[in-house]
Ligand binder design. Structure first.
Ligand code: ZN
Length: 283
């Protein structure tokens, strides 16, 4: 018995196969997100080669319509990514593979992975925040994934922006200086002219930790999260988790207890493991 999972991000898609339980992945393939036809085609090929596939879990970049009873279920809504707007990704995969599909955002899928098998096991309310090319967050409240009007887009929350200290306008095409506009990997590259991996200036990382802590303080005050799992390519930078944890304590100023900030228990596999967990529930 095998289950498929896709972590369908805006820059890469990761596909994997897992068994009936546990966090082990038996086959994994990664390819870049190009055109919808090519990208969905490669994923279809990967899963069509798997005998006895029971169901597929899809963690998809958004904004995406995740409401199961909606006529546009599985469709990507507004995106700056060329060619992907209004593409029904879940529908195309369901038609091609003829297996049940469980859909959520890529970050909610990662939160499921951390909750089932990683650093958020046993918690009622927590956030998985990924900081990479963009910023996204999966939210669990009272042991349920949060959806709602659409789904949370915590990367686009507004945070204080001191333009004297940081004159950078922000890079979000929708909001300018939202959290993603100020603290994503894209923002770091545009502000400093270097990628996060090349940046060694402590002032750059100090500013990064500060923005992330401000965002996490808002989430703490709003949701009363018990823990924050901080992942993604930028999130994995050495020492950042510890720095954000300390800054979050400062931002909360002792008014409420500070939730612990931790690295993902599953490392970079949270999204795939979570997508496979979603598939198991969809069978
Ligand atoms: Zn934004």
């Amino acid at each position: 018995m095998s289950f498929g999972g896709i972590e369908a991000g805006g820059t890469h898609w990761n596909c994997a196969i897992g068994g009936a339980e546990g966090a082990e992945l038996t086959r994994v393939e990664t390819f870049p997100t190009t055109t919808p036809a090519e990208t969905i085609g490669r994923a279809t090929e990967f899963f069509a080669a798997e005998p006895g596939l029971e169901a597929l879990g899809l963690g998809l970049f958004g904004p995406v319509d995740v409401r199961r009873d909606s006529p546009s279920w599985g469709t990507i809504l507004s995106t700056p990514k060329p060619g992907w707007e209004n593409v029904n990704v879940a529908g195309a995969l369901a038609d091609a593979l003829e297996v049940p599909i469980a859909l959520d955002t890529d970050v909610n899928a990662a939160a499921v992975g951390e909750w089932r098998h990683g650093g958020a096991q046993g918690l009622d309310t927590f956030v998985y925040l990924t900081v990479g090319t963009g910023i996204g967050g999966g939210v669990f409240a009272n042991r349920l994934r949060v959806h709602g009007l659409l789904h949370p887009e915590v990367g686009h929350m507004l945070v204080p922006h001191d333009r004297t200290r940081d004159p950078f306008e922000g890079c979000c095409p929708f909001h300018g200086d939202c959290l993603e506009g100020l603290a994503s990997g894209t923002a770091m590259r545009e502000r400093w002219g270097r990628t996060g991996e090349e940046l060694t200036d402590p002032a750059a990382w100090d500013l990064e930790a500060e923005y992330l802590a401000l965002g996490l303080a808002n989430l703490t005050m709003t949701l009363s999260v018990e823990r924050i799992v901080l992942g993604g390519g930028v999130g994995r930078a050495p020492g950042l988790v510890e720095q954000v944890d300390e800054r979050l304590r400062d931002a909360l100023a002792g008014y409420v207890p500070a939730p612990e900030v931790v690295a993902p228990g599953l490392g970079p596999r949270s999204g795939l493991v979570g997508a496979i967990s979603l598939a198991r529930a969809a069978r």
